[in-house]
Design a protein. Structure first.
Length: 366
């Protein structure tokens, strides 16, 4: 009897350990998706795109985005917010000479580039802040919780960065150089700017890293290449992509470099870099080693993370990848694709369509 009690107590403890381990595993959304995909694969189900809603594109849509439960579109100096089912929420019109919109994770920025008048809207369309720079701006972007704006004049280009409280944290000018791209780290205490100049007959890119109080920490020159992407890892190392090479930079030194043909796009994950080039998607660890390489027969141009995997699309095809497996392919005329947590917005020349992934029973060959 005592042995049975011991066995029952031990079995209960094992059950609790398994239950807690499974619960911790399922706390992550990507693990939930992996479990659902596994169940679908063994239960004879295949993934398909299910149409949630669609509405006509009359050719006036200049920009569009999708957030958790909201679609935001920009057309003719007007921003419109609607629910996923197309129900209007609100509309705002701006009398701007040179209108511009930039979608961030925190805010949606509507600006007049000719005056530097910037409205910061939340995802419900409410104005949360307004910046009046009183100068012409070339570009602006949200970088984590910081806002970067790029100013051009005939001889000088300038990058200014303000933090979430509106305080100026960087102000850098470049004379005789073209600024290419820029970003900050999560905390906003580090900034990276790439620029391009002509040294004799040789193009030269430069990556400058700045700390607080405009202090230049280090600089790297890259000859005969144009930097098209620049960002920080979680450990504040720099990932830089040129028109032909990928660089991993640590404390001002290039740790490794990899060359690619026909680079299309890049996505920076927590501990990996995903490069879409030629007809391949290659996954590279921060140690510079290639961890996986997936080949395609079709031509794709852009890569987006989606539900623990990746969505890759071109002009007329979209494919969803999980692990090494292509789980779904869809054909359509595509201008751009955007995603939220579990839905896909396909911006086409004639129609805007919102999809979600669903499962259906596989058709068995007789």
């Amino acid at each position: 009897m005592e042995e049975n009690k011991k066995f029952g107590s031990k079995g209960f403890k094992i059950f609790i350990i398994i239950f807690l381990t499974l619960s911790m595993f399922l706390l992550k959304e990507e693990n939930q998706n992996k479990l659902i995909n596994f169940i679908n694969s063994v239960s004879g189900k295949e993934k398909v795109l299910e149409l949630v809603n669609s509405f006509k594109n009359n050719g006036d849509i200049q920009n569009i985005n999708i957030y958790d439960k909201t679609i935001v579109k920009w057309s003719n100096n007007k921003i419109s917010f609607m629910k996923i089912d197309g129900t209007p929420i609100l509309e705002k019109e701006f009398n701007f000479t040179e209108p511009y919109i930039s979608y961030g994770d925190k805010y949606i920025y509507v600006a007049d580039k000719s005056t530097g008048d910037i409205y910061c809207l939340d995802k419900n369309g409410e104005t949360k802040d307004r910046l009046q720079l009183n100068k012409e701006i070339f570009n602006l972007k949200e970088s984590h919780e910081n806002l970067i704006y790029h100013i051009k004049s005939p001889d000088t280009e300038n990058i200014k960065i303000i933090d979430k409280d509106g305080a100026l944290i960087l102000n850098q000018s470049y004379e005789g150089e073209n600024i290419l791209t820029y970003n900050t780290n999560n905390q906003g205490n580090l900034s990276a700017i790439s620029s391009l100049s002509l040294n004799g007959e040789i193009l030269k890119s430069k990556i400058d890293c700045y700390g607080e109080n405009n202090e230049k920490l280090n600089s790297i020159d890259i000859d005969s290449e144009i930097i098209i992407y620049l960002d920080f890892t979680a450990k504040d190392d720099i990932i830089a992509l040129s028109d032909s090479s990928l660089y991993f930079i640590k404390e001002g030194k290039t740790i490794w470099e990899k060359q690619f043909d026909l680079i299309k796009d890049i996505y920076l994950g927590k501990d990996k870099v995903y490069i879409l080039y030629s007809n391949y998607l290659e996954i590279i660890g921060f140690d510079g080693k290639s961890e996986n390489k997936i080949s395609f027969t079709d031509d794709y141009k852009k890569i987006l993370p989606f539900q623990g995997g990746f969505l890759i699309y071109g002009d007329n095809k979209v494919v969803i990848i999980e692990g090494n497996k292509e789980i779904l392919k869809h054909e359509d005329n595509i201008i751009r694709i955007l995603t939220n947590k579990d839905q896909i917005l396909l911006w086409g020349p004639e129609e805007i369509k919102v999809y979600r992934i669903s499962s259906k029973n596989k058709v068995k060959n007789v």
